[in-house]
Design a protein around this ligand. Structure first.
Ligand SMILES: [Zn+2]
Length: 375
């Protein structure tokens, strides 16, 4: 038995804006679907979820399920027509965009996306922090400037903040010694002075930025999204579990802030679910297109989340990574796999059919709408 969710709109709780220049070759098309090293891009086509994705695209577009044929079929649509078709085909009811990546100058502008679907967007704090390092005269000056950038993003309509600390020094945010932060900031400034490309990699600074972001979120009553688990190749997966976030929760630093762990925290889905069960303001996001996880893994993610976490603390997303059809494919996959997991709960008598349908609506749309003020 499966709960039919085809009529429920999909509000994408976490995605990246599509590249303005659409992929033109088979390799360019495969790349956004892959989380490995670009030198081994041929491995993308050896992934079962990738093959499933290509077959969905082929069935949708009426072409062969391979990258070259898909690129050719999409090329027959102009940019606006393709955005509209993606929204329609996936019954997409809203999107929550990480505006920090890819950079704004290479993606479809938010205003263009907003002509097709309700849009919420988030400020990525590390992008602001790296951009503002050059002009900062002291550690405090830099932290204040990052806070000001967050505030001005929120003033301009951002729905919340976002951090990729999991990809840099991990989710184990801890108390920061002032002297350690000063040393790390001096090294950062020296790198700026030497003309190096800045990449925040010092734990004292990364932790300070997240602590400051939590304070901004509390003051502005907005949420903080945290990447967790499988995603960028630079993550140390041992440090990417929500369990590592305990100090931030127990110290009071995260009090009053809705914190969303992204990417199903894969493979730490159980860690995410239990943390959301214990701490009322934590959310489990389950991404259903990128990173490439197959049917069994996604059904398992929903099972684990539904078995432990509150129904109002689970959200769905695509983690679309450069092409807008990821949102559509994520919507189709989320409905299908969540429908299986909810059907099991009805079959075992844990939820009534009405409760399962309500859960489907909350997870696919309602929770994200409430959290990001969409609709
Ligand atoms: Zn992402």
């Amino acid at each position: 038995m499966q709960i039919d969710l085809t009529e429920v709109p999909f509000v994408d709780g976490h995605m990246h804006a599509p590249l303005a220049r659409r992929p033109a070759t088979a390799d360019e098309y495969a790349w956004p679907w892959y989380e490995g090293n670009h030198d081994y891009l041929e491995m993308a086509t050896e992934l079962v979820p990738h093959r499933w994705g290509m077959r969905q695209m082929g069935a949708w577009l009426g072409c062969e399920p391979d990258e070259a044929a898909i690129v050719a079929a999409i090329a027959t649509r102009d940019d606006d027509a393709w955005l509209a078709e993606c929204v329609r085909h996936g019954t997409v009811g809203g999107i929550v965009v990480d505006a920090g990546y890819p950079p704004p100058d290479v993606v479809v502008p938010l205003a263009t996306l907003a002509r097709h679907v309700p849009v919420a967007w988030l400020v990525r704090i590390e992008v602001e922090a790296e951009r503002l390092a050059a002009a900062a005269t002291s550690l405090d000056d830099w932290l204040d400037a990052v806070d000001a950038a967050s505030d001005s993003g929120l003033d301009a309509g951002a729905a919340g903040l976002k951090s990729i600390v999991a990809y840099r020094t991990g989710l184990g945010i801890g108390p920061v010694e002032r002297a350690d932060a000063e040393v790390a900031f001096a090294a950062l400034r020296a790198a700026v002075a030497a003309g190096e490309t800045i990449r925040l990699a010092a734990k004292p600074l990364n932790d300070l930025l997240v602590l400051r972001a939590l304070a901004v979120c509390r003051r502005r009553d907005v949420s903080l999204q945290l990447h967790a688990g499988y995603g960028d190749r630079d993550i140390d997966l041992r440090l990417g579990s929500p369990l590592a976030f305990r100090w931030a929760l127990e110290s009071g630093a995260a009090d009053g802030v809705a914190v969303v762990f992204l990417h199903a925290s894969w493979p730490h889905i159980r860690d995410a679910a239990v943390m959301a069960a214990i701490h009322h303001h934590l959310y489990v996001d389950i991404a259903s297109c990128i990173p490439p996880l197959g049917h069994a893994a996604l059904v398992e993610c929903w099972r684990e989340a539904l078995a432990v976490a509150p129904l109002t603390r689970i959200q769905a997303s695509s983690d679309a990574a450069g092409v807008f059809e990821h949102v559509t494919i994520g919507a189709l996959r989320a409905r299908q796999t969540l429908g299986v997991a909810l059907g099991e709960l009805v079959q075992t008598g844990e939820l009534s059919r009405a409760e399962a349908e309500r859960a489907g609506e909350l997870i696919l749309a309602g929770n994200a709408r409430r959290l990001y003020g969409l609709g």
